[in-house]
Design a protein. Structure first.
Length: 305
């Protein structure tokens, strides 16, 4: 299979940010972060993009950039909704639930349009050109559902000065993933140390070069059947009144890894992540993108207008 698909997850609620951050204009020409991911993916050899969004976002996304990108590049973009009714027919959804079922469910909702090796990323993160190039090359080597890949970032390159972040803290041996610990409330402290404050403010210090997952994963399309079985098992384990439980990609990959069902190569990147977890992050993201254009990492306008 020579074709490659990029799946961008943009259906999250963005509660900490306080708005629909996935369609915030951040670039000097009014670009949103998803546009940079698509631009880098095209340069890296991807030829198909799937956007997982809310139905209410469809018109905005198409008008903001989707229609323009397809016309300028010939790229095929499929729009998929993270529909709570999909893959949940055997589960009684509590009427109070408004939260999506998590990133595993998001990717599953795109199952019908993924027919090639694919990478998955968040819509509100900037991953960098090198990361997309590395994962694109590795996708061509994946043979089946038992083989996967991910890009591991250095923790120090992925934190926010404005609050805590959640990262998949990884243990890597001989280039292979051994464990992913989805760690909440990672914080840069006043003394410059990075701590896991999920249980207490003076929690354990994490090394700055600790490899972490930013949800930039790569799989063979056969993984989608594995994901479906995993998600259905997750639903069976939910309490009837659980309105917030989520089925998350790092947790799934940790369980599949520990059970010996999957082998994941970890690709390292020097790229700096930046994103918009908090409103205060926006100014820094805009400044960073402006510098990338000025240094010719990106052209003056992404799509040659």
């Amino acid at each position: 299979m020579s074709k490659k698909t990029l799946v961008i997850m943009a259906a999250g609620l963005g509660s900490r940010y306080g708005g629909v951050k996935q369609v915030e204009r951040m670039g000097p020409g009014g670009e949103i972060l998803m546009e940079y991911a698509i631009f880098d993916a095209l340069r890296a050899g991807f030829d198909h993009v799937v956007l997982i969004i809310k139905p209410t976002m469809l018109q905005d996304v198409k008008e903001l950039f989707g229609d323009r990108v397809e016309a300028a590049t010939g790229l095929k973009i499929d729009y998929v909704f993270q529909d709570p009714a999909r893959f949940t027919e055997d589960y009684a959804i509590p009427p109070e639930r408004v939260k999506p079922f998590g990133t595993v469910h998001a990717v599953l909702c795109a199952k019908d349009v993924i027919n090639s090796p694919f990478a998955v990323m968040n819509a509100d993160d900037y991953y960098g050109r090198t990361a997309l190039e590395e994962i694109s090359a590795e996708l061509s080597r994946l043979e089946d559902a038992a083989h996967a890949t991910m890009v591991g970032y250095q923790l120090k390159n992925t934190v926010s000065p404005y609050g805590t972040v959640t990262r998949g803290v990884c243990i890597v041996q001989d280039g292979l993933l051994q464990k992913v610990n989805e760690t909440y409330k990672i914080k840069v402290c006043a003394d410059g140390t990075i701590r896991d404050t999920s249980e207490r403010e003076d929690g354990p210090i994490l090394a700055p070069d600790t490899p972490v997952s930013m949800n930039l994963w790569g799989w063979h399309p056969d993984i989608l059947d594995v994901m479906e079985h995993y998600f259905r098992a997750f639903l069976r384990g939910l309490a009837p009144d659980d309105i917030k439980g989520e089925c998350l990609l790092p947790i799934m990959m940790d369980e599949l890894t520990r059970s010996g069902r999957i082998e994941t190569t970890v690709l390292s990147t020097p790229d700096h992540w930046f994103g918009i977890t908090y409103q205060e992050d926006k100014a820094g993201v805009m400044s960073s993108l402006r510098e990338l254009h000025e240094s010719c990492v990106y052209p003056p306008t992404l799509w040659g207008e």
